[in-house]
Design a protein around this ligand. Structure first.
Ligand SMILES: *[C@@H]1O[C@H](CO)[C@@H](O)[C@H](O)[C@H]1NC(C)=O
Ligand SMILES: *[C@@H]1O[C@H](CO)[C@@H](O)[C@H](O)[C@H]1NC(C)=O
Ligand SMILES: *[C@@H]1O[C@H](CO)[C@@H](O)[C@H](O)[C@H]1NC(C)=O
Ligand SMILES: *[C@@H]1O[C@H](CO)[C@@H](O)[C@H](O)[C@H]1NC(C)=O
Ligand SMILES: *[C@@H]1O[C@H](CO)[C@@H](O)[C@H](O)[C@H]1NC(C)=O
Ligand SMILES: *[C@@H]1O[C@H](CO)[C@@H](O)[C@H](O)[C@H]1NC(C)=O
Length: 680
């Protein structure tokens, strides 16, 4: 299909595209949205037709509509024995529950066509645990060939209770039930709005929190950031082998192990710049044998009333987790012996040399503990295990009644400060590894024909703005009535788009790759950082190619074109309405937006300070021949080249590299409007 080819080509260099969707596609898109609404009320959705479909459908009688019948049979056998009941909490961090979810996912993935997928999902929506259904079905939609480019709804629209406090959800629920929007604030567009705050926790006596850590509440509770974390998992679930991962995901991203490491480094660099913005100290390290440095009190509960577990500051790992603790220590020692001996053990007991660029992928796979790990039995699922232990969830009374911690959800883990201590540990392992690789020599870094003469950046302004999040699609609706649209309004960090110009002098007509990084200028003690340490703290904002002419040339960029982040999604209600409208009206075409599931542009810049947070842009221009951000090309460099290894060449010696100081100012929205008017 021409459309698909074009999309893949574009995805390799730009994370967003759009095209005119045809009716068949739109109907399927509408179906996926309807299936993932009101997941805890099987009898509701659209006109109730899914319920009829699901009740009358029998997987066993239609087994010829699945590719791998054996796999479907083994799911049915397990189902008959009993799986996680409806109404209970689901988390993929409990092996039994994950096993069930994977079995369900395989049934979806084996559906031969969309019709079968539709029927299977309608069935599962009634018979399976709702959290598990949403999890397995969302992953199936992303990876199934019959649902290419179909979007899954945002997680907060499916399971709003993961994002907003009990009080807020209760208020939203009341409005839904009474269908009485007059008791709430109505937006000009006609939906009810419920204000939500992040809530400052002052109960320090009982829980012993670090109050200053709460300065980061805007970051930790950011819905889009949480969803980016969630999608990072859905795109490449650790338990899914790369053979089963959708070709589109493989084409759009670097290989999975490298992407895992990159994602850890990218989010950590962002988090550290948020800490700098808020005058917080560096992330504290932890040791499994000692009390954990941070506590965490989520103050949220699951729809079935079970509270998210909390952990006091300086608590130790509870006794019931000791067997897992032993395991995670073993895995860490295997890993460090692999790094020390420069040998990794594969499943045949053969050892392999480690310190080569190609082994970045291998290291990433081992650390994530994904299905492509070179030796899963030996190196285990480190990342998942470590997060589960740090969450300190209580021992479930039965296998069906877990009470997962925030760390037991891919979307929520980063709310717990221990998440970042773990991320830092993983990133340190990578840097330890990369310090053993040969450092790049001058000849590898220089591009003789290109001189960056100057870089000009506009000051960057951040501000808080109100955003309305659709929640009514995840709450209980009175059957058979028009559902009122209810949204939760929360203030979110955003920034004005900023422009930058890179003036380049080229000695010939050539096309080059440009990379733009953002990093701190000073450390947590206000000391200026030298690049030999600081290279670790930079995050990649943009990668793009340009054709240079002979002579001097100014590359003009706008931050909305950044590679690593995408525009905001359309809210689920408007998206759904657009889809249904263009299905009804033949003349009403819908330009289907399609973005990579990743960070939103809003999340790509730290908050900064009122008096300006000093940061640095690093611009690097390299030749395009031997580097290309596309998978599976033999001669590719890391996406963060040249900052993926210790920098021993002084960038000042490189004509094709340039540092530029930039300040991020945090300010009030009203003042910014004034500023934009001034500059325009
Ligand atoms: C899926 O099934 C529902 C319920 O029968 C139906 O309304 C919908 O049109 C189906 N979707 C597709 C794409 O066939
Ligand atoms: C938890 O949240 C509720 C409201 O959402 C608030 O009243 C309560 O004080 C919070 N508890 C703590 C310990 O902060
Ligand atoms: C970039 O160059 C254009 C055209 O010369 C100019 O209008 C704009 O102000 C420049 N932007 C910056 C940030 O210097
Ligand atoms: C580039 O331009 C300079 C002078 O403008 C000229 O001397 C040189 O030959 C040109 N190089 C190429 C490759 O065209
Ligand atoms: C940046 O680009 C976007 C979209 O192309 C545009 O809407 C916006 O006005 C631009 N901003 C600036 C400051 O040029
Ligand atoms: C679509 O447009 C055509 C030509 O403008 C018009 O004749 C037709 O009535 C329109 N159809 C609908 C459903 O509006």
């Amino acid at each position: 299909m021409l459309r698909d080819l074009a999309i893949l080509a574009v995805l390799a260099i730009s994370p967003t595209i759009s095209w005119i969707a045809n009716k068949e596609f739109l109907l399927e898109q509408k179906t996926v949205y309807e299936l993932l609404r009101y997941i805890d009320q099987p009898e509701v959705s659209g006109d109730g037709s899914y319920y009829e479909l699901g009740m009358s459908y029998e997987i066993e009688k239609n087994i010829e509509n699945y590719n791998d019948e054996e796999c479907v049979r083994s799911f049915l056998a397990r189902y008959k024995k009993g799986m996680q009941p409806r109404g209970k909490v689901f988390s993929p961090f409990y092996s039994e529950l994950l096993g069930e979810a994977i079995d369900l996912f395989r049934v979806f993935l084996n559906a031969k066509d969309f019709e079968t997928l539709n029927k299977t999902a309608a069935w599962a929506r009634i018979h399976m645990n709702e959290g598990m259904f949403a999890y397995s079905f969302s992953i199936a939609v992303i990876h199934h060939k019959a649902t290419r480019f179909i979007r899954v709804p945002a997680l907060h629209e499916i399971q709003p209770h993961l994002f907003f406090s009990e009080t807020v959800i209760k208020r939203a629920q009341e409005i839904m039930w009474r269908n009485d929007i007059s008791s709430s604030h109505i937006s000009p567009k006609g939906y009810s709005v419920i204000p939500a705050t992040y809530g400052i926790r002052r109960n320090t006596k009982n829980y012993n929190f670090d109050e200053e850590e709460q300065r980061l509440n805007y970051f930790r509770n950011d819905v889009s950031l949480a969803e980016a974390m969630h999608y990072a998992h859905l795109l490449r679930p650790f338990w899914l082998g790369s053979l089963e991962i959708s070709d589109d995901v493989l084409a759009a991203w670097p290989p999975r192990g490298e992407t895992f490491l990159w994602w850890q480094m990218h989010t950590l660099a962002l988090y550290n710049m948020e800490r700098l913005s808020n005058n917080l100290e560096a992330i504290k390290e932890f040791d499994w044998n000692y009390p954990l440095p941070y506590g965490h009190y989520p103050n949220a509960s699951y729809p079935n009333g079970c509270q998210f577990p909390s952990r006091k500051k300086r608590s130790r790992i509870p006794n019931h987790l000791f067997p897992l603790l032993q395991k995670v220590r073993d895995l860490e020692s295997r890993l460090s012996s692999a790094l020390d001996t420069e040998r990794v053990m594969d499943t045949d007991g053969e050892s392999r040399e480690t310190y080569k660029q190609a082994y970045v992928e291998l290291l990433g796979n081992i650390l994530e503990g994904n299905a492509d790990s070179i030796n899963l039995p030996f190196y285990g699922t480190y990342y998942v295990l470590a997060k589960h232990i740090l969450g300190c969830a209580p021992r479930p009374k039965t296998k069906h009644t877990p009470c997962p911690s925030t760390l037991d959800h891919f979307a929520l883990g980063h709310r717990d400060p221990m998440y970042w201590s773990l991320t830092q540990r993983i990133v340190n392992i990578y840097h330890d590894f990369s310090s053993h690789l040969c450092t790049y020599v001058y000849e590898e870094l220089v591009h003789e024909d290109v001189v960056i003469q100057s870089v000009e950046v506009e000051p960057i302004f951040t501000y808080f703005e109100d955003v309305d999040y659709l929640v009514s699609t995840g709450l209980k609706v009175p059957n058979g009535r028009d559902e009122p649209v209810v949204k939760v309004r929360q203030c979110r960090l955003n920034h004005l788009p900023y422009r930058y110009n890179i003036t380049v002098k080229s000695a010939k007509v050539t096309s080059v790759w440009v990379r733009v990084f953002l990093g701190p200028k000073y450390d947590f003690n206000q000391m200026e950082l030298s690049i030999s340490e600081n290279y670790k703290n930079f995050l990649l904002l943009n990668v793009f190619t340009v054709n240079l002419e002979n002579g001097t040339f100014t590359i003009q960029r706008n931050s909305t074109q950044d590679y690593t982040a995408v525009p905001e999604d359309m809210s689920g209600d408007s998206f759904y309405e657009k889809v249904t409208r263009s299905l009804r009206d033949i003349n009403d075409t819908f330009e289907m937006p399609w973005y990579l599931y990743t960070l939103k542009l809003r999340n790509s810049i730290p908050k900064g300070r009122i008096d300006g947070l000093p940061l640095r842009l690093f611009v690097y221009i390299g030749s395009p021949i031997d580097e290309f951000i596309h998978t599976h090309l033999p001669l590719r460099k890391s996406i963060t080249f040249p900052l993926d290894r210790p920098l021993t060449v002084d960038p000042a010696r490189l004509p094709n590299a340039y540092f530029k100081d930039v300040k991020i100012y945090h300010t009030e929205r009203s003042k910014i409007k004034h500023k934009t008017r001034e500059t325009n």
